[in-house]
Write a protein that binds this ligand. Sequence first.
Ligand SMILES: Cc1cc2nc3c(=O)[nH]c(=O)nc-3n(C[C@H](O)[C@H](O)[C@H](O)COP(=O)(O)OP(=O)(O)OC[C@H]3O[C@@H](n4cnc5c(N)ncnc54)[C@H](O)[C@@H]3O)c2cc1C
Length: 385
Amino acid sequence: MAPNPENKYDFIIAGMGCAGLSLAMQLKSSSVQFNKVLLVDRDLKQTNDRTWCFWSKHELNWLNPIVFRKWQQFKFKSQNIDKTIQLGAYSYLMIRGIDFYSYCLTALRTDARFEILTEDIKNIGTENDWAFLETKNNRFIAEQLFNSVFRNTQNNHKHLNYLQHFKGWMIEVAEDTFDPNLPLFMDFDIEQDNDCRFVYSLPISKTKALVEYTGFSKKGLEDNFYDLQLKKYIETKLTQKPYTIVDVEKGTIPMYESLFVNLYGERVINIGTAGGYSKPSTGYTFYFIQQNIQSLVAQLEKRKDKLHAPKRSNKYALYDNIFLDVIDQKKIEARSIFSDLFQKNDVQDLLAFLNEESSLLQDLRIMNSLPKTIFAGSAIKKLLS
Ligand SMILES: Cc1cc2nc3c(=O)[nH]c(=O)nc-3n(C[C@H](O)[C@H](O)[C@H](O)COP(=O)(O)OP(=O)(O)OC[C@H]3O[C@@H](n4cnc5c(N)ncnc54)[C@H](O)[C@@H]3O)c2cc1C
């Protein structure tokens, strides 16, 4: 059947979350030539369903107007460690989902090149040199489709596939309780249950803080377990004053050793979590979405054909796989690895390393701070596999 020209686009973006909207915004301000872009999501994106934190030493450019909080220091805690760390060239930043969605959607609605459709995506793929996207009642085609709708079938179950799983409460206390200038980046001084567990607490004012209970493991936990742990942590470590829960967020982020496969053919590029942008050793994704989308748009600015999905550096993929193997072997508690990382390193080396922008010298300093025999065993295993 010949395609209906009405339904033909330069680009289709499947999913209007962090990756889809970041791509649309970067396309909008780029020199890429296009007439029509279709964005499709089943959700109207009108709720604050997540809060993103990340660190950066670079200018954020288009994200600047929606940075909700910016810190120059944070605290790291573990057994017998309570350390306030100055971040130097780095800032630790918070962006609220709702601010991000409304900022992007408002900007895109004023640009006639972008069409926004709220429908459930049923299918996407490549057919006869065109990418297609199907909803219940419509079929759209484009020269290039960017897909951020994550489906677990992309995952290769033979590999180590951990999850970062978490639940958080935004709590409010009637009296001044928190120091809004000092977020708690990680507190490992909690029951580990033979696993990797920590809490973080991000004060957004003297009376309000987002507190999240987080684990790295192969499966998430029962919902009420997170609630019990949050309650226990808040009441024993943060405040004995009465508090109210004003917002809740919950999620899982893939920490997968396996490479993400593209199931949809050459006209589709997976982006965001679906593109494997979540860092396997930490679950952090936001910063990598921005970096990868920037590199895709730079490719498009040079030439629209022959677009390649950004490739992960082999070096960091190996480091992440070694880390996952070490935590999976459980010869050493994961919290003791994080404690070594934060106790023995310059934080700027560590943040550069975790953002995948470190030099070889910085890498060597980080490696030197870790238990060598255990890491060497996993390194040999991963290099030979
Ligand atoms: C609660 C939470 C907090 C997080 N916090 C951080 C953080 O602090 N720092 C960090 O680096 N990372 C964080 N992440 C991880 C990551 O940054 C986010 O998940 C980020 O939103 C991923 O962007 P994305 O575009 O890949 O996916 P999403 O933002 O989830 O976007 C995917 C979109 O696809 C849509 N969709 C899905 N299925 C369909 C369908 N069938 N039809 C139509 N639309 C569909 C969804 O509605 C959604 O809008 C967090 C994740 C969660 C869940």
